[in-house]
Design a protein around this ligand. Structure first.
Ligand code: AMP
Length: 451
């Protein structure tokens, strides 16, 4: 029997994992500077959290959730998005006792949606995102959008289009929905099956249809801007003015609706098209939600959040040479020439690892030529040949792989030798080699033999 990974999932291998770690570190550092605390919620919730939170009319709830009954017959769903789970977390933990300033969270983790797998679309994928929940208003929306733009810029993405739109409050949406139903009802027999269903469940989602045939009809649909209440119009105008002051270059796109039902007022998406014209679609998006906390049984608090798709971000960074695939090489490759030198090679490697060098030991075979070949393949800086002859003089042979130059170095001088080459400054502050039980010799004037 041949086993394969589940359709729509993917193994995240070395370079890709390092890329994800890098993206996460960049985002988390910025989020922390904006005073967002990292949290994690369970990977599964009771189904109602998403059905109620994300909305029965959304594609996610209707078609894409991984839902099953647990052994006690409770309906459980693998999280298809973070926001509803985070709001559930806020309510479960009664985190709204003191809301002089909003709750601010960041997250990074896997999500599950039963979608048709295609380029940039998986059934298990990863998101980084933030939520800001409390007595908030449009100024928080602008701050969060500006933070997202700063994050993308920090990754080196300069040409990102920030699309924004407003869905208004309840009154606006009710009037607009009615106008859409009136308009689309006259055309629906010419539109795709999905749009026919959307007309009954969530007419706003018709605006998001990608069917080229439907696009022409959609182009003639009423625009939300004509249905905004005075209050919603003012809030959107003020949001845009603040975004301008924060130097966010946005484009208003009145067809933007987003796929999750809980959004109201300002919504936004980040789009990237490469210089060669490859359209990566939405690399992230988010918006304001006025009723979600209340809908899930909490107090009248509002929120705003966004998420970035890590798979899409990673591939566009690599494709566009922004994130060079980082083939992490080996600094020091220790090569014992027989079983007798294995233990000293292992302790030397442990010592240098503790000093911050990526070190490897050739443990399985003692053939020098084969090991040097492997060192080359592993992109090694230095091969260190640990042989009986030199050990008699408490020395090893150091071979610089790039120029094949060989030097005999006394073991007591080895750290200084490499530190000089790698320009490591081992003052009290940055030396960690005495941690975890390693004896430290970095500060000795005359480095004793480490054995
Ligand atoms: P959403 O949670 O639908 O607002 O999506 C936010 C971002 O997550 C999108 O802009 C995509 O970058 C990413 N994303 C959503 N669905 C998928 C998927 N099935 N596979 C990969 N990335 C996705």
């Amino acid at each position: 029997m041949k086993y394969s990974n589940v359709k729509g999932t993917h193994d995240i291998l070395k370079d890709e994992q390092r890329g994800y770690d890098y993206i996460e570190t960049v985002f988390e550092t910025i989020a922390a500077n904006f005073c967002f605390d990292k949290i994690e919620t369970p990977m599964m919730e009771y189904t109602d959290v998403f059905a109620r939170g994300v909305g029965e009319g959304s594609d996610v709830v209707r078609k894409e959730m991984y839902t099953f009954l647990d052994k006690a017959g409770r309906s459980v769903t693998l999280r298809p998005e973070y926001t509803a789970g985070i709001v559930r977390m806020v309510i479960s933990n009664k985190m709204y006792g003191n809301l002089n300033s909003p709750l601010k969270f960041s997250y990074f983790g896997p999500l599950f949606r039963y979608e048709r797998p295609q380029l940039g679309r998986y059934r298990e994928f990863h998101q980084f995102g933030v939520e800001c929940i409390g007595n908030i208003n449009y100024t928080n929306d602008a701050e969060v959008i500006s933070m997202a733009s700063i994050m993308l810029e920090a990754l080196g993405l300069k040409k990102v289009t920030v699309k924004i739109n407003t869905l208004g409050g309840m009154e606006t949406r009710a009037n607009y929905k009615k106008a859409l139903v009136d308009y689309f009802s006259a055309h629906i027999d010419k539109m795709c099956d999905d749009c026919n269903e959307r007309l009954k469940l969530n007419p706003l989602r018709i605006l998001d249809c990608k069917d080229p045939n439907d696009q022409e009809i959609i182009a003639g649909a009423p625009k939300i801007t004509d249905y905004l209440t005075k209050e919603d119009k003012k809030a959107f105008k003020e949001t845009k003015a603040l975004l301008k002051l924060l130097d966010v270059k946005y484009k208003v796109d009145t067809s933007l609706v987003r796929g999750l039902d809980y959004y109201s007022n300002t919504i936004f998406e980040f789009h990237f098209v490469s210089r060669k014209g490859v359209d990566y679609g939405a690399i992230g998006g988010g918006g304001h939600y006025s009723n979600l906390v209340k809908d899930l049984g909490g107090p009248e608090l509002e929120g705003v959040g966004f998420s970035f798709g890590i798979e899409r971000l990673y591939s566009l960074l690599v494709d566009n040479n922004i994130l060079k695939e980082d083939k992490l090489g080996v600094n020091l490759y220790f090569m014992p020439l027989s079983q007798n030198e294995v233990s000293i090679a292992l302790s030397l490697a442990n010592y240098f690892r503790a000093c911050g060098y990526r070190s490897e030991v050739a443990l399985n075979k003692f053939k020098l030529a084969a090991n040097l070949k492997e060192a080359e393949r592993r992109n090694t800086d230095f091969a260190i040949i640990v042989a009986e002859e030199e050990l008699h003089h408490e020395s090893v042979v150091v071979k610089e792989m790039i120029n094949q130059q060989q030097t005999i170095v006394e073991i007591k001088d080895l750290l200084t030798f490499f530190d000089k080459i790698y320009q490591v400054d081992r003052n009290e502050d940055n030396c960690h080699c005495h941690e975890e039980g390693h004896e430290c010799h970095c500060h000795d004037d005359d480095n004793d033999d480490i054995n």
